[in-house]
Design a protein around this ligand. Structure first.
Ligand SMILES: Nc1nc2c(ncn2[C@@H]2O[C@H](COP(=O)(O)OP(=O)(O)OP(=O)(O)O)[C@@H](O)[C@H]2O)c(=O)[nH]1
Length: 416
């Protein structure tokens, strides 16, 4: 597949000739700049000047990195993604494969979960949430169980259905869960993973999805809750479908998604690129892509490329001691496929990477692409800065509100 291959692992980036005269690069999304003309093609852009690492992690507490969901007195908590479903439907396997790099075959030895497992996922500046894995046997509608508290802070509820099993019971549990959760928090996104589809033929998969879709919608309509929207995904841990489904779930929790998509659209249209993804490298979740449709094969190629880069970096790269990663913000890779397509990976931060698909002819203008990438990086920094400012203001306002309340109550008690 790969005719030529080039990886710059940690600390080995060859950011040679920075021929660019110090230009004043504009930072707003509308101004992702375009360079045209012959001489621009010679440019090699040095991204070091704008060190995104500086704002990717260190400046922020965990709370700051959370997208949305304010519920405590003066802070912001991470949105929760709940993994629910009957026993042995595959919940823990999904979590282990996507977030712990467990190989699918190892999940055969996973023991049944007997208590709620919470895990923080804060792998990048944009991806930050908590996953709660519920044991299949738990009756969370038991009166002693505070399900209202759980649903109140939930961003997405993933209900996993084992497609290789009889799913009648799973569907009635899904209905119960969704209706109760909706009453507590109508903002939850409800996601249904029709899981373990690796054992089914293509026709059978579609048929199952149609059947499950029809039954759940009929149940909701009968209950007068047709306004509840469920999204369905066919998933398996044995291929990339689980990563793709998880990407779509996570994207719904990123408030900056439209801005990121817009930036990617501007970037690709000005750089001769056919498709670009913004990946969270650790989990292989793509947090944004441009508006052209995503096909599974392209996504799989991106995942394979990320695996290769990580493997090579682990072997030949110098460890990024601070972050505990084998790659850093300077890592990049180029793969030339034998069908004249080039895949170009460039790190945006130490956690985020952009993967682009383009024609060989367009790649000849690498200088232009690198320059536009550099502008894209700066625009992302702006998005991030704005978010930090909004969150800091929100915190400040909350603190003020509380001190005002304290004062008021002080006045009340003295007049009494
Ligand atoms: N064929 C196939 N098997 C899977 C898939 N995902 C999980 N499994 C298997 O399903 C079995 C149960 O997986 P678990 O992850 O333990 O299920 P769980 O829902 O967490 O179970 P509880 O902890 O009991 O609630 C394991 O043997 C997994 O290997 C899949 O996509 N395809």
């Amino acid at each position: 597949m790969a005719l030529t291959y080039q990886v710059n692992a940690v600390g080995k980036l060859d950011t040679t000739s920075s021929l660019n005269p110090k230009q004043n690069v504009s930072m707003t999304s509308e101004k992702v700049s375009v360079l045209c003309g012959e001489e621009d093609e010679a440019l090699e852009y040095d991204d070091d000047e704008y060190d995104l690492e500086a704002f990717s992690d260190a400046d922020l507490s965990c709370e700051d990195r959370a997208p949305g969901f304010s519920d405590s007195m003066n802070g912001v908590v991470k949105p929760r993604i709940l993994l629910m479903g009957l026993r042995r439907s595959g919940k823990s396997s999904i979590q282990k494969v996507v977030f712990h790099k467990m190989s699918p075959s190892e999940t055969l030895f996973l023991e049944s979960t007997n208590k709620i497992c919470r895990e923080d996922v804060s792998s990048s500046s944009f991806v930050s949430f908590q996953i709660w894995d519920f044991p299949g046997q738990i009756d969370f509608f038991d009166p002693t169980f505070d399900y209202e508290m759980i649903f109140r802070g939930t961003g997405a509820l993933i209900f996993v259905i084992d497609s290789q099993d009889n799913y009648v019971e799973a569907l009635s549990r899904l209905h119960l869960t969704v209706t109760r959760a909706y009453k507590v928090n109508p903002d939850i996104s409800f996601e249904v993973f029709i899981h373990k589809v690796d054992g089914l033929s293509d026709d059978h998969k579609i048929e199952k999805q149609r059947d499950i879709h029809k039954r759940t919608n009929t149940d909701l309509t009968d209950a007068g809750l047709e306004q509840i929207h469920l999204s369905f995904y066919l998933t398996s841990i044995y291929d990339h479908s689980i990563f793709e489904a998880f990407s779509k779930v996570v994207q719904k929790l990123i408030p900056q998604l439209p801005t990121l998509e817009n930036l990617l659209n501007i970037f690709i249209s000005n750089s001769g690129i056919e498709k670009a993804f913004l990946f969270d490298v650790g989990s292989k979740i793509y947090i944004a892509t441009d508006s052209s449709p995503v096909d599974m094969q392209t996504y799989e190629l991106c995942c394979d490329m990320i695996d290769v880069v990580i493997d090579i970096s682990c072997i030949y790269g110098m460890p990024n001691v601070e972050a505990g990663l084998p790659h850093d913000k300077d890592s990049m890779a180029i793969i030339h496929l034998n069908n004249t397509t080039v895949i170009y990976l460039k790190e945006v931060t130490k956690f985020l990477a952009m993967v682009c698909f383009l024609r060989k002819e367009s790649f000849a203008r690498k200088g232009l692409i690198d320059y536009n990438f550099h502008c894209f990086k700066k625009a992302i920094q702006e998005v991030f800065d704005v978010r930090v400012k909004v969150q800091q203001t929100r915190k400040l306002l909350n603190q003020r509100r509380w001190s005002k309340l304290t004062l008021t109550s002080g006045v009340c008690s003295s007049t009494h």
